[in-house]
Design a protein around this ligand. Structure first.
Ligand code: TK8
Length: 342
């Protein structure tokens, strides 16, 4: 009896030892080299973008046992979105996160996300971005030297300006409004009567400060984190478009990575996405009170005016369809209908 107990105990110990050993094996056998990853972004460290970049960096370092180091570099210190995209394509920089809107010159299909009032809530946003249409558009980047890992949330965009409260569409007339370097945005705000000026985000604060432009449009989170309340008085809640960010990798560099290294980056990107969307939504939910406390005057467009704006803006759909191809446009509409039916 005693012998058999001892035997069993020995067997159990041996098994446990083998389990520990085999669990440790994949980690030991993982093909991970020391890597330095420059991860650029446009907003400052205190922004939702900065917080999520940190989460990504920590996840990569942890999963790689400290071998892969992510240097997150914010405030467009590595250049505005368009410049970083070129650095990634050329292999001079490893990673970035930025607007899908500034990618349309590289991958025209990204313009789907510029469609005003296409996505009306976060449930639709998540399902679209993480679903087949989002994947299809993301994967188009590969032919252009970029790997798109995940979409983060930039958010629903609203208007700010230093001139006057916007109570009707006509109040936008003559307002010099900075827009992203993207034709849908440019045409949309021209259609509304504003004097739309394309400009990199990195130049925006000083352009507002020196009155080179009167206004801009961005989610509440960015109005707060970029301190636009210091140089803007009026916020008008329009929610005119849901804008994503996208986490990008240089394909030139990605192709040199082992499968293990690629998996570490993909997994960390997904983790950062889930963190980022929640963090952004939590911040946005209390942003109106925060912006008021900073002295901004906030108004919502009266429903009739909101409807007029919507009507004018959704007229750009025809040009988006022509740009991205009607097949993709129709596929997106069908996908949205499916999501709404759930
Ligand atoms: C930050 C930009 C920003 C975007 C813009 O680099 O340019 O207005 O909304 O988030 O990508």
């Amino acid at each position: 009896m005693k012998t058999s107990t001892t035997l069993i105990r020995r067997a159990v110990l041996a098994l446990a030892g083998a389990a520990v050993f085999s669990a440790a094996l994949p980690a030991l056998a993982q093909d991970i080299k020391p890597r330095l990853i420059r991860f650029g972004y446009g907003l400052n460290e205190q922004s939702n973008q900065g917080r999520a970049a940190k989460v990504f960096a920590e996840a990569v370092e942890k999963a790689s046992g400290g071998k892969m180091k992510v240097r997150a570099i914010g405030a467009a210190a590595l250049g505005p979105d368009t410049q970083m995209q070129q650095s990634l394509i050329g292999g001079a920089q490893e990673m970035m996160v930025g607007s899908t809107a500034t990618l349309v010159g590289i991958t025209k299909e990204m313009a789907l996300w510029d469609a005003p009032f296409l996505i009306s809530n976060t449930k639709e946003a998540d399902a679209m971005l993480d679903g087949p249409v989002g994947d299809k558009i993301r994967n188009k980047l590969q032919d252009k030297g970029l790997v798109g890992l995940v979409y983060w949330e930039n958010g629903f965009r609203n208007l700010t300006n230093s001139k006057r409260a916007i109570n009707k569409v006509e109040d936008l007339e003559g307002i010099k409004l900075r827009v992203m370097q993207n034709n849908v945005y440019l045409n949309s705000f021209k259609t509304l009567g504003a004097n739309a000026v394309p400009m990199a985000f990195s130049e925006l604060f000083s352009a507002l400060e020196t009155n080179t432009v009167d206004g801009q449009e961005n989610p509440f989170n960015t109005i707060l984190s970029s301190k636009f309340y210091e140089v803007q008085k009026y916020v008008t809640v329009t929610n005119h478009v849901y804008a994503p960010w996208i986490v990008l990798v240089s394909k030139k560099w990605w192709d040199q990575l082992s499968k293990d290294e690629q998996k570490i980056l993909s997994d960390a990107a997904k983790l950062s996405r889930d963190f980022e969307r929640k963090d952004t939504r939590d911040e946005a939910a209390k942003a109106v009170a925060d912006l008021k406390a900073k002295g901004m005057q906030i108004n919502e467009l009266p429903p009739a005016e909101a409807a007029r704006m919507r009507d004018k803006l959704t007229r750009v759909y025809a040009t988006i369809g022509a740009d991205i191809g009607m097949d993709l446009w129709n596929e997106a509409q069908a996908e949205l209908a499916k999501i709404r039916g759930k």
